[in-house]
Design a protein around this ligand. Structure first.
Ligand SMILES: [Zn+2]
Length: 492
């Protein structure tokens, strides 16, 4: 299997795609404006202690002065570990003006409010959170199975011993760690070891307010999380980001360095590998299959439904075979769509009915195999009485649609509009109401072009009957910014 990672960098956004044998599998997008400073670690200087509020203002080198409360300050012993014996709620016991502090941002600055800080530090990877000031080992509460919880704790202990990190501090095994092996845990441990050594070094050396650590930008995070051994090449289309990535890799993931490549081709990187088209397709409702069949994907609040359809007329002679072929093709297409669109939660698949039990089993097996290759945790839960396949898929980031789209303001997300005919009849009813209530001789209807056209064409006979019946004149004006459902009636 040959996987490639493509990184497209612009000042506004960074996009990363994972391409497997030429087919786009994952798309990650990070927009610059959405990046805050929460999670960043700074060396800061106390500017003012506020004993009345049990808080202090700290300069961390960002625009507004940040804020730390006494309850967010931990006392440390000489080895840098939490020292509960020296706990005090009195801010003056911890801080004084001019003191250098190492802090982490817990809340982004908002409006006139500065960032909120804590002195309890933590850094995370895909599977682990390192809390260097504690020695507590924990497992995410979302992993419920006691056997799995125990397995992960044992795995972590094994990894810590192997990496010579038994005194590295406390760890939390994140929900995403469920089911992973020693190799993944150890890779994260090695990364955290190097990272924390670098942060500590910078913290000791810092003499003024300074950024010590920030959560990695998307392309670095992706390389850290996705650069498995199956990844053959990583292409980056920005010289600057390529250099930064090169530096990042040599410091933290040296095994990846040789696979980085600066893409300098004429054609945009995402165009060349068909990713741009794939993103557009990933936003549509219909996905065509090569055999002529197609998928219809509908995302609702509660679940995603995928309907498999045969395309044109299916011949009688080889009907069962054609249906099987279409369903099998649908399996690989939908497995890929789930990843590209990053759909989560309950997923219901309606395959084309298969009379042959062996065909049904074959489709089911193929689906299981396809879903095993999906890095997001998923489970095929069963087949309903009506033949619907039910499954769940865990998602850790927003779906492609949420990321790139907003609700349609015309139909408010329903996906359908009242027909011009329906709106015409609503207008007629409203005119009747107004004609009874008011004495004016003339009424003016403001509506969308399509509705006005219909009133003056197909509905013209009804309209003149209505005018006669109410004894009033009705005039019209097409309003280009009205949607088809939107109209107003004005008394003149
Ligand atoms: Zn709409």
């Amino acid at each position: 299997m040959s996987e490639e990672i493509l990184v497209n960098v612009t000042p506004m956004e960074t996009r990363v795609a994972v391409v497997d044998n030429g087919a786009t599998q994952d798309v990650h997008i990070e927009r610059t404006v959405n990046r805050g400073i929460a999670g960043n670690i700074y060396a800061g200087k106390v500017v003012r202690v506020l004993p009345g509020m049990q808080a202090a203002f700290v300069d961390i080198g960002v625009e507004r002065t940040s804020f730390i409360h006494a309850s967010d300050i931990v006392s440390l012993d000489s080895k840098g570990r939490e020292d509960n014996s020296r706990n005090s709620d009195n801010i003056s016991d911890h801080l004084h003006e001019g003191k250098k502090v190492i802090v982490q941002v817990t809340k982004d600055p908002l409006g006139s409010k500065g960032a909120r800080l804590t002195s309890q530090l933590s850094v995370s990877t895909r599977y682990l959170v390192l809390m260097p000031q504690t020695d507590h080992i924990g497992v995410s509460q979302l992993i419920e199975d006691p056997v799995e919880r125990e397995r992960l704790q044992a795995l972590l202990a094994q990894g810590l011993a192997a990496e010579d990190m038994t005194d590295a501090g406390g760890f939390i095994l994140r929900t995403a760690a469920e089911g992973v092996g020693l190799e993944e845990i150890s890779a994260d441990l090695r990364f955290l070891k190097r990272l924390w050594a670098a942060v500590s070094r910078r913290a000791r050396a810092a003499s003024k307010a300074e950024l010590l650590y920030e959560d990695l930008p998307l392309h670095l995070r992706t390389v850290r999380d996705l650069a498995r051994s199956s990844v053959e090449r990583i292409y980056i289309d920005s010289r600057e980001s390529h250099a930064a990535l090169q530096e990042f890799c040599s410091e933290y993931v040296p095994e990846v360095s040789s696979r980085l490549e600066h893409y300098v081709g004429e054609r945009p990187l995402f165009d060349m590998h068909g990713v741009e088209d794939e993103i557009q397709r990933g936003l549509g409702r219909k996905v065509d299959l090569k055999s002529g069949g197609y998928l219809i994907l509908d995302q609702t609040e509660a679940m995603t439904t995928i309907d498999v359809n045969t395309g044109s007329f299916v011949g009688r002679s080889n009907q069962a075979e054609t249906i099987l072929k279409t369903n099998l093709e649908a399996v690989s297409a939908l497995a890929r769509q789930l990843r590209v669109r990053n759909l989560g939660g309950i997923i219901i698949i309606d395959f084309i009915d298969m009379a042959d039990a062996e065909h049904r089993r074959q489709v089911h097996r193929t689906l299981e195999k396809a879903m095993q290759r999906d890095p997001a945790r998923n489970q095929i839960t069963g087949v309903s009485e009506l033949g619907l396949v039910e499954m769940t898929r865990k998602r850790t980031r927003e779906s492609l649609e949420r990321m790139l789209c907003e609700e349609c303001p015309v139909c408010q997300g329903r996906g359908v509009l009242k027909t011009a005919e329906t709106v015409c009849y609503e207008i007629f009813r409203e005119i009747m109401r107004d004609a009874r209530a008011y004495e004016n001789d003339t009424l003016m209807v403001l509506a969308a072009q399509s509705v006005v056209d219909r009133l003056l064409d197909e509905e013209s006979a009804n309209l003149s009957d209505l005018e006669e019946f109410i004894g009033k004149t009705i005039s019209f004006r097409a309003e280009p910014n009205y949607s088809q459902e939107h109209f107003d009636i004005i008394l003149l």
